[in-house]
Design a protein around this ligand. Structure first.
Ligand code: G3P
Length: 217
């Protein structure tokens, strides 16, 4: 399973990139707004740091403008994946961009039916938002299970990119279900390393080692 970072913060991306775990980056208009920076410059800079797919989202809601925005974002670098919303216009734009060889990430997916349409529209990625479904009392990971089963039934190439991840348990569940990608807020990626027994175990090893008076080097 690939791990993407869900961030438009260059410093966060640089920090986590050095771990070697970051296979790509996803951004959205809210993350760009939080960064306080220009979208084109930010995406261009992220693309110099990350070899894998970097998602950049359109903001128009009509077909012509969405397509023009998508083409402009795609022209930033060959690894840009244009993110479009799961609306009728978004899927028309997805088809038009996919037909010219542009990778498209269809976002704001909340049902398996929407995911089926995105695959048929030629999406490279579908982004179901598990956390936002859990927030309203629905089963976010149940949606991932259904989409993975449907895509496997018909051999769709569209990758299941689990988004709106709120916990390390979401990551484990996504991996168990065979999702292709999870996109993680930096704090969730950091917390994947952590367990209190790892910390207390290491403390005990260091204390015992000191008593031996030995050094390895
Ligand atoms: O990038 C889209 C997605 O990951 C948003 O997550 O936490 O705003 O629901 P969140």
């Amino acid at each position: 399973m690939k791990i993407f970072l869900d961030s438009a913060d260059i410093n966060e991306i640089k920090t986590h990139q050095s771990s070697g775990f970051v296979d790509g980056v996803t951004t959205n208009p809210s993350l760009i707004a939080k960064s306080g920076r220009n979208i084109i410059e930010t995406i261009a800079e992220i693309c110099t740091l990350i070899d894998g797919p970097v998602s950049a989202e359109v903001t128009a809601t009509d077909f012509e403008t969405m397509l023009t925005e998508g083409k402009k974002l795609a022209a930033i670098a060959p690894n840009v994946a244009v993110k479009v919303p799961l609306t009728e216009v978004g899927l028309q734009t997805c088809r038009a961009l996919a037909d010219t060889g542009t990778k498209v990430n269809v976002t704001l997916c909340f049902t398996a039916g929407q995911a089926l349409l995105a695959a048929k529209a030629g999406a490279s990625f579908i982004s179901p938002f598990v956390g936002r479904l859990d927030d309203i009392g629905k089963n976010g990971m149940g949606l991932i299970e259904n989409i993975c089963a449907i895509y496997a039934n018909f051999d769709f190439d569209t990758k299941v990119l689990v988004a709106s991840v709120r916990s390390t348990q979401h990551v484990i569940d996504a991996a168990l279900l065979g999702a292709d990608v999870v996109t993680l807020p930096p704090k969730i990626l950091s917390s994947l390393y952590k367990h209190p027994l790892t910390d207390s175990g290491l403390e005990a090893f260091i204390a015992d080692w000191k008593q031996t008076g030995q050094t390895i080097l």
